[in-house]
Design a protein around this ligand. Structure first.
Ligand code: ZN
Length: 507
């Protein structure tokens, strides 16, 4: 946005020599919470709620942040200042429901705002602490169900260009009422009101320091596009500049299963592996015609019945017991062609798409007749033991995750960014959590962010967190059915996706 560009260039380039005196704020936010992070090890974020939403948004927006959890941490002046005593953050996002934050702790926030010029943003009802209210220029009164929508009342950078009704129809869930936080305003500009009650307030504490409150029902407010945009703009306003990435009309096409063993062995999922010619006709040509990219979650390890071991998928050529020719060598040629043309990218769908233990009861799966154990779908799930209904232990999962990445790297020359499990078989206990293990194994995304700093557990519907909005791209299983199986049954089904999403970027 223009604001960000002008500020960056005006100050950074011409005045390089005296940058230290400029006090350009750090492009980093401190998110302060109380006990919303359910993982005591501060790694996995799961279970929904506004905290998970905020983390998802900040990761998707590309805004760097740290998290201060007051349930485990003693607030310290050094949370706000670096080794040199300079501010560590351009802004604080205050998401603390706990009313009993000590006065000393609140004073530290006040000190960061006044002395370090770190701006403050608070959301929803996280305004119950007296000194936080002082900084925001409000007095918290109460919170009740109400049907009024927040409406823009004054011109501001934070709300400029947004629909006057910030909960306009079609921008989020259609609900009759939600909780409205009621405050008195002592000092500050009212940017939006709901039924005459101030809902968004900006207070200029200093020429470069802001306190901004975005009111609303903490459980629902961020489901609305305009309020998410208001939060994002508030960060820009609070820091003074931003690097803006938007995902408007952006689709990430994904397709699962190439290289999996189900299509050769599982009766109800049986079809021939795609050939180079099929991949060229059904995928590469339409992708090229639309300057689009397709992410393929592939399976680099194959079950070899004769040897009873896992072997590289892309060397397999055989006629299966249904009498169908399976030519994974040809599949690989098609993948290589698409990768070279820049229209296919290779991601991980696990190592084998199979249960790690194919030998023990109720197996063995190895060598079993087609219409016996071989027909049980539970054997074809890798990261939760669907056949025996128990989790796969951590070390076993980790081995499979690393094997997948290693074999993909050996065959395609690239470490996969995305990880996705076969048949959504995942383990969720703290010790065996598939998201945490995938993050530790080096992956970057599985329905949610994965990194060395933290992992966000994806929802059952990976678009649950606003996929297809300005904030998060739409993750779209490629037609016809999100799998290579769809192409085998409907060779021209994939190309139709481009008619369904006119004007979109397929990144
Ligand atoms: Zn699969």
């Amino acid at each position: 946005m223009l604001r960000s560009i002008s500020i960056c260039f005006l100050f950074l380039i011409p005045m390089r020599g005296s940058a230290a005196q400029l006090e350009l704020k750090p492009y980093r936010v401190l998110i302060i919470i109380s006990d919303q992070w359910k993982d005591p090890r501060s790694f996995l974020i799961s279970g929904g709620g506004e905290f998970q939403t905020v983390v998802t948004l900040f990761k998707s927006w590309g805004i760097p942040f740290d998290i201060l959890r007051l349930d485990q941490t003693l607030m310290d002046p050094n949370h706000f200042a670096d080794f040199w005593g300079r501010p560590r953050y351009g802004a604080i996002l205050w998401d603390v429901p706990d009313e009993n934050v000590s006065d000393a702790d609140q004073a530290l926030v006040s000190d960061a705002v006044h002395r370090l010029h770190t701006s403050l943003i608070a959301i929803g009802n996280r305004v119950k602490q007296p000194r936080i209210q002082q900084l925001l220029g409000v007095h918290y009164k109460s919170e009740h169900m109400n049907s009024a929508h927040p409406m823009i009342k004054a011109d501001s950078f934070v709300l400029r260009g947004l629909p006057v009704d910030l909960r306009q129809h079609g921008q989020g869930p259609d609900v009759i009422s939600m909780r409205r936080v009621q405050v008195d305003v002592n000092d500050g500009k009212v940017l939006a009101e709901a039924g005459g009650v101030p809902q968004i307030i900006e207070r200029e504490i200093d020429s470069d320091t802001r306190a901004i409150w975005i009111g609303g029902d903490i459980d629902q407010m961020l489901l609305y596009q305009s309020l998410r945009t208001a939060l994002r703009r508030s960060v820009t306003e609070a820091i003074g500049y931003s690097l803006n990435k938007t995902w408007t009309k952006t689709v990430i096409l994904t397709m699962d299963d190439m290289g999996n063993a189900q299509n050769a062995w599982l009766e109800h999922w049986h079809y021939p592996a795609l050939t180079q010619e099929q991949i060229r006709h059904s995928l590469i040509e339409p992708l090229q015609a639309h300057h689009a990219v397709l992410s393929l979650n592939i399976v680099p390890g194959f079950v070899d019945d004769a040897q009873r071991r896992i072997v590289p998928t892309w060397r397999q050529q055989f006629t299966d017991e249904f009498g169908t020719k399976q030519d994974y060598v040809s599949t690989k040629k098609g993948l290589d062609e698409g990768v070279a043309l820049g229209v296919l990218e290779i991601e991980s769908h696990g190592w084998t798409h199979m249960q790690p233990d194919l030998s023990s009861p109720p197996g063995p799966w190895w060598g079993s007749p087609l219409m016996d154990e071989r027909a049980e779908v539970g054997w074809y799930r890798e990261f939760y033991d669907v056949r025996r209904n128990c989790e796969i232990v951590a070390a076993e999962q980790k081995f499979h995750m690393r094997q997948s990445a290693d074999w993909i790297e050996k065959e395609f020359g690239q470490f996969p960014l995305e990880f996705s499990t076969g048949g959504n078989g995942v383990s969720r206990s703290p010790d065996n959590n598939t998201w945490r293990l995938a993050a530790e194994a080096g992956y970057g995304y599985y329905g949610g962010y994965l990194g060395r700093d933290l992992a966000v557990e994806g929802r059952a519907d990976s678009n649950a967190d606003f996929g297809g909005s300005d904030d998060v791209p739409l993750l779209l299983p490629a037609p016809a059915d999100g799998h290579d199986r769809g192409i085998a049954h409907d060779p021209d089904g994939f190309a139709k996706v481009f008619d369904s999403y006119p004007g979109y970027t397929f990144t």
